[in-house]
Design a protein around this ligand. Structure first.
Ligand code: PAF
Length: 283
């Protein structure tokens, strides 16, 4: 497995694969890989001849007071995870490689990015769309793999690929959870022991909402209130948002009769965690 740091080195390698008629999968990540990322890589390896994992903490998707400087990084460990999962190449550029100092072109979106995480992080999805577009241009994969844990990001990228004719198949992959139900995230590393225990309230509260839907509840407000009520039981949890939205448009839903996404962002101490579930099992 190769580790490549520049676009100039990467392009001929991919062109070489293309000449051999090989298919290419891309798994975009910000590194500090966990089993959730690994599941994306393994899936990509099963569906493509060669898999590129990008490992880049993208500065443009962090707000000014967010955790860009403290975001955990460990290239050596990441490379071992990628190799074990069967990736052919890790692309690990420096920020200067990805952005010119006077870079002034961004990819932005009018809808889908204003609600949910976009409310507290107004420039986040512009950064995500920009870097993912750049990675799509650099790697030109057949397929790209994203986790359902970042449900809004997945919906945004699907829409961007549709609207801008990228011609890349976007593959969404299920959330991978710790044994107690906490969704895997690189940011879980910020939690101390007490916070780590408290963090299971996210999944527990969502599970309550999911059960209500399974039992036939179709009122979005009631499901949202039940999730909020459950989160309220945990003193370390401070809610950013809980929303029940249409799975495709991400618009709030009151009367549920189409696939929905129930999503939340909650601070546990200083750490902002997200989780969600989708529901489409209508009888
Ligand atoms: O999901 C992530 O880790 C990032 O948002 C992504 C898609 C790699 C873009 O930097």
């Amino acid at each position: 497995m190769q580790i490549v740091k520049t676009i100039q080195e990467l392009r001929p390698i991919i062109q070489g694969w293309r000449k051999e008629g090989l298919s290419v999968g891309l798994v975009p990540t910000m590194g500090y890989l966990h089993d959730g990322h690994k599941s994306l890589i393994v899936k990509a390896v099963g569906e493509n001849d060669r898999v590129v994992v990008s490992d880049f903490v993208n500065p443009t998707q962090f707000g000014v007071n967010e955790d860009l400087s403290t975001y955990p990084r460990d290239l050596e460990r990441d490379a071992a995870v990628c190799k074990e999962a069967g990736a052919a190449l890790v692309f690990h550029p420096e920020p200067e490689e990805m952005y010119f100092p006077d870079s002034c072109t961004f990819v932005d979106m009018d809808s889908l990015t204003k609600g949910l995480c976009g409310k507290a992080r107004p420039t986040h999805f512009r950064g995500v769309c920009t870097v993912v577009s750049k990675l799509f241009h650099i790697v030109a994969p057949d397929r790209a793999y994203f986790g359902q844990k970042d449900a809004q990001q997945l919906a945004v990228i699907r829409r961007m690929v549709r609207d801008l004719d990228f011609g890349i198949t976007i593959v969404g992959c299920p959330i991978v959870r710790e044994a107690d139900g906490l969704a895997m995230s690189s940011r879980n590393a910020y939690l101390n022991e007490e916070e780590r225990k408290a963090a299971i309230i996210l999944h527990e509260s969502l599970a309550l909402g999911e059960k209500m839907l399974e039992d036939g509840e179709r009122d979005g407000a009631k499901i949202r209130e039940a999730i909020l009520g459950s989160l309220d039981r945990e003193p370390l949890a401070k809610v950013d948002y809980v929303e029940v939205v249409d799975a495709e448009t991400l618009e709030p839903v009151e009367d549920i009769h189409r696939p929905i996404l129930a999503a939340l962002a909650v601070y546990i101490g200083k750490t902002r965690l997200i989780d969600n579930f989708t529901f489409d099992a209508f009888k």
